[in-house]
Design a protein around this ligand. Structure first.
Ligand code: ADP
Length: 285
């Protein structure tokens, strides 16, 4: 945050409902997502989980129209999402992709300002709300003190938060996040999950995220979508979807599910070959 400037790190409520129906996506003629349907509701966090290669990223990118689908219907607040211009879409929906390249010669503020592209004129004209939106986004993601730093000097975790700030500066009602905790240390992972929850609870944003950590998914999600081999095999409340039987089946390794005594949240435990040698390891309570 810049000295002497009062910035309230708040966003205006503006959630949209994003609904995708019958999504089938093929790479090189081979279907990798089969007839998937998912709805992201304002104020809800929906987390996609599943083993590597199960189609999570492909489905998320298809929701953002970054990936062409063989078949798909997309609706945003009931209007045809496929008929929106790219500019109209980018005022409604932002996607944090995985592993973006690090731009050189740009400051953190420059990169976050890229998030304002849907609001600028064709020739980069005025965006009166831009500076405040950029400051808010940097404050929310904890990168305000890095604003004038060159991005090539940042750690992977700092850079991840800068990209997220760019998405927040876009001020959309739908936020899609592909493995947003990548590169973050434990503190920032938890802070990011808290931020996701705040964005949904306080601002009504519809969040769709891919997460690898099942316990983090259970802690932050209103709804879980479990994918396996390109198909949604279960969707609903975390306690209904994340069952030992389903997870063991999907991940191909024994996974036990219990309740964390401290938080009351669902907790999973994958049991490897070496674990089972020890009688001390039993099913979590
Ligand atoms: P996940 O995010 O669950 O790991 P992905 O959506 O990345 O899964 O991948 C789903 C399937 O599509 C995998 O079999 C993967 O190998 C394949 N795939 C992903 N991207 C491409 C691509 N650009 N070209 C060809 N196949 C791809």
């Amino acid at each position: 945050m810049r000295a002497g400037e009062e910035i309230s790190a708040t966003l205006t409520p503006r959630g949209h409902e994003l609904s995708a129906t019958g999504v089938t996506v093929a790479y090189d003629g081979i279907d990798v997502v089969h007839d998937a349907s998912v709805t992201l509701r304002p104020g809800d966090v929906t987390v996609l989980v599943g083993p590597n290669g199960s189609g999570k990223s492909t489905l998320l990118r298809t929701l953002a129209r970054l990936q062409r689908a063989r078949t798909a219907a997309l609706a945003i607040d009931g209007t045809d999402g496929l008929a929106l211009t790219p500019r109209q879409l980018s005022r409604r929906l932002a996607l944090l992709t995985q592993d973006r390249p690090t731009p050189s010669g740009l400051t953190v503020r420059d990169v976050v300002e890229f998030g304002r592209y849907p609001y600028r004129g064709r020739w980069g004209g005025a965006d009166p709300d831009g500076p405040a939106a950029v400051d808010r986004a940097m404050a929310l993601t904890g990168v305000a003190e890095l604003a004038e730093r060159g991005v090539e000097h940042l750690s992977g975790g700092q850079l991840q938060r800068v990209w997220l700030a760019g998405c927040l500066a876009q001020e959309t009602g739908v936020l899609l996040l592909d493995e947003p905790t990548n590169h973050l240390d434990l503190r920032y992972q938890i802070e990011l999950l808290d931020l996701i929850r705040d964005l949904a609870d306080d601002h009504g944003i519809a969040v769709g995220a891919v997460l690898h950590d099942l316990d983090q998914a259970a802690a932050v999600a209103d709804r879980i979508v479990l994918l396996h081999q390109g198909r949604i095999i279960a969707a609903g409340l975390p306690e209904d979807v994340l069952t030992s039987e389903r997870l063991t089946d999907a991940y191909g390794i024994r996974i036990e599910v219990g309740t964390d005594p401290l938080t009351g949240r669902l907790r999973t435990r994958a049991i490897g070959r070496h674990h089972t040698r020890s009688e001390r390891l039993s099913t979590p309570s």
